[in-house]
Design a protein around this ligand. Structure first.
Ligand SMILES: [Zn+2]
Ligand SMILES: [Zn+2]
Length: 392
């Protein structure tokens, strides 16, 4: 195994320059035209065969080793968020209302650094590394579109790897675990239709607000009474709308929210119970009920064999780091799960906060920023894990 960490540290100025440039020019999902142009240019500059325009702004490049062997896919997401940056950094966003607040600017820099690390050692590689730069991870369906447009074909990878810079943990922490590591995500939408009327004469109305209040309370029992206490389930009502005036009972009430779980059986149970509670209470309160529940992302469930390769690389390249193998790292979701449904793979996390430098804000916060020391660590671990997988 080449000493990828030392080599990545020598490339730090390159990684940082890419990251800071992208940070200043964030682009939303499927609109990452400038970003994907830079990715393609950088990959072509080191002599790689590059395909652009997959899922609009996706980029794929191949690193062919000197000897034949398996195809391993490495995926990096590239999109930003509709958030106004408040970091005050001298490399802050120059696009008003847009920000790299999840760290995907770092992911691109890591991916391009990994390309350089592996390309330098292609004589020693047996097999092919397929680099996939994916648009629109933030809820717009980037991974699904990449899969539909052939990202997993010609050549088809036998294993896939993905990573996230992780501002829930400090620099030096590594999250590498088999089994579930991120939750599935579903959206739900409920409309309760009653009968509007005067706020002083509720007996002449059917009040959807009172029905909604009982539904919201009863739904809390799905996680507290229906879910195995050793497992996890989240149901959050995040948007509630009804009425305009203080003295009018509204005709209808709309609610939206999200359901998160690790196990498919918990997820299905939560869908069923929410449907029953909404329909049952809504009907008992005299309302007409409409409910729809839609899964938007499966859970991220890591393959044990692929995870062993990442762990092996972590122990070889970053032996003094804090390796956390507990799994179930967050109820957040990741569309990397779509690749894992077709190809066994592992998604791992690289800690990136630094309290001394004030880099403590979480993902999607307007003051989100990370310790750039994560860049060589993450690049080394990704390159090392790819080499481990090609060996096995
Ligand atoms: Zn995000
Ligand atoms: Zn993200």
């Amino acid at each position: 195994m080449p000493d990828f960490y030392s080599e990545a540290k020598k490339l730090f100025a390159y990684s940082q320059a890419i990251r800071r440039d992208l940070h200043q020019h964030p682009e939303l999902g499927f609109q990452e035209v400038r970003t994907s142009g830079i990715i393609a240019k950088e990959l072509r500059e080191i002599g790689l065969e590059v395909t652009t325009g997959i899922a609009k702004t996706g980029v794929i490049a191949m690193i062919d080793g000197a000897k034949p062997g398996p195809v391993i896919m490495l995926r990096f997401d590239i999109d930003a968020l509709p958030i106004s940056e408040q970091t005050g950094a001298d490399y802050a966003s120059q696009n008003p209302g847009l920000m790299h607040a999840c760290g995907h600017d770092g992911h691109v820099a890591i991916g391009l650094t990994v390309a350089r690390l592996l390309n330098e050692h292609r004589d020693q590689l047996s097999g092919t590394v397929k680099l996939v730069f994916q648009p629109a991870e933030e809820g717009a369906g980037g991974a699904e579109t990449m899969v539909k447009e052939g990202a997993l074909e010609s050549p088809a990878p036998v294993r896939c790897l993905g990573l996230h810079i992780w501002n829930e943990k400090p620099l030096g922490w590594l999250g590498v675990a088999a089994g579930p590591v991120m939750a599935s995500a579903a959206t739900f939408s409920v409309t309760l239709t009653g009968k509007g009327g005067h706020g002083a004469m509720p007996h002449q109305t059917i009040d959807p607000v009172v029905a909604a209040a009982q539904i919201i309370s009863a739904a809390q029992t799905i996680s507290s009474r229906n879910t195995d206490p050793q497992k996890a389930c989240v149901i959050s009502f995040c948007s509630i709308h009804a009425g305009d005036a203080f003295n009018v009972i509204p005709q209808a009430m709309e609610m939206k929210g999200t359901i998160r779980a690790f196990e498919p059986e918990v997820e299905q149970m939560a869908y069923k119970r929410l449907d029953e509670i909404v329909r049952g209470i809504g009907a008992a309160m005299g309302c007409q009920v409409e409910i729809s529940i839609t899964n938007i992302t499966p859970a991220v469930i890591n393959d044990p064999q692929t995870t062993s390769a990442v762990k092996q690389a972590a122990q070889t390249l970053l032996p003094d780091h804090d390796l956390d193998e507990r799994g179930r790292f967050t109820m957040g979701a990741e569309d990397f799960a779509y690749y894992q449904q077709k190809v066994p793979g592992t998604f791992f996390f690289v800690g990136s906060t630094n309290a001394e430098k004030g880099l403590i804000y979480g993902h999607h916060h307007p003051k989100f920023d990370f310790d750039e020391g994560v860049l060589p660590r993450a690049a080394a671990l990704m390159a090392g894990a790819a080499v481990e997988l090609l060996k096995s």
